[in-house]
Design a protein around this ligand. Sequence first.
Ligand code: PBG
Length: 326
Amino acid sequence: MKMIERPRRLRRSESMRRLVREQRIDLDALVQPLFVDATLSGRRPVLSMPGIDRLGLDVVADEAVKLWESGIRSLLLFGIPEHKDAYASANADPEGIVQRATRLIKARLPEMVIFADLCNCEYTDHGHCGILDAVGNVLNDPTVELLVATALSYARCGVDVVAPSDMMDGRVGAIRRALDEAGYPDIAIASYAVKYASAFYGPFRDAADSAPAFGDRRGYQMDPANGVEALREARLDIAEGADLLIVKPGMTYYDIVYRLAERVDVPIAVYSVSGEYAMIKAAAAQGWIDEARIVDEMLIGAQRAGARVIVTYFAGAVARRLRGEG
Ligand code: PBG
């Protein structure tokens, strides 16, 4: 007897396809990154990321409210400070840009989940993620001390989740201990445990003014060729107290998301980075691809791979589209 092709029966109509669909786009799982610029009033477009603006402190809370109203519940803040120096001093400043933006947003939206990217590269004049020695190598331990001070200052302003993205060794444990001792046991740590040295960050360095003035980040970011190393980085960060792990970039690393999601017991976030956004925007502007369908496919793919949380520059646009606001 001929075998019947069974899956086809469940694809007979859109309603049936929806009935058995394994993944649905979930606005609750999306995180919208925002670039807040201390030197700016109003907004200024990021040229390599059409649709994304740097925001001044005068408009950041309005933007957050607009996102909230469209259904976005989480933001990831990046700060561009007024002054940069070799020690990233503006980062731990209680009146720093992320600190002020957080207070402004929380005053209007106490329920908005605020992630703060925790790194020094936007705050150093050389653009590297930490303090350098005489020959330009990043010094691990002094850099971790800076990150701890900054994490505490973010916590004091109402940040819900600090997201160390620097890849220094031992920083998750150091930040956890400091937060606990200072009375912030409920502030979560989302660790960029798995951050590849990727060309997909190109447009971000434009957006956040954080391109290294010399050299690159291969000394402290992971080799795209390696997967097993990701498991080790993840295990270490969980042992040190990470509440959530971030894999970055997104699409070319969904295998890593899958492997982690199968093996670890903290939620996995995937960060669909600036280069992914720019590629889709550029091709869509040419009429070469259907932006909405591509974005949905990318998000669903991430969920299917096991990502619980998705950081994406498309978050606001997806939310508005799903609500029929175009
Ligand atoms: C570091 C940081 C970077 C990104 C997020 N956090 C830049 C880098 O590692 O060079 C990149 C995000 C993106 O490309 O969208 N603070």
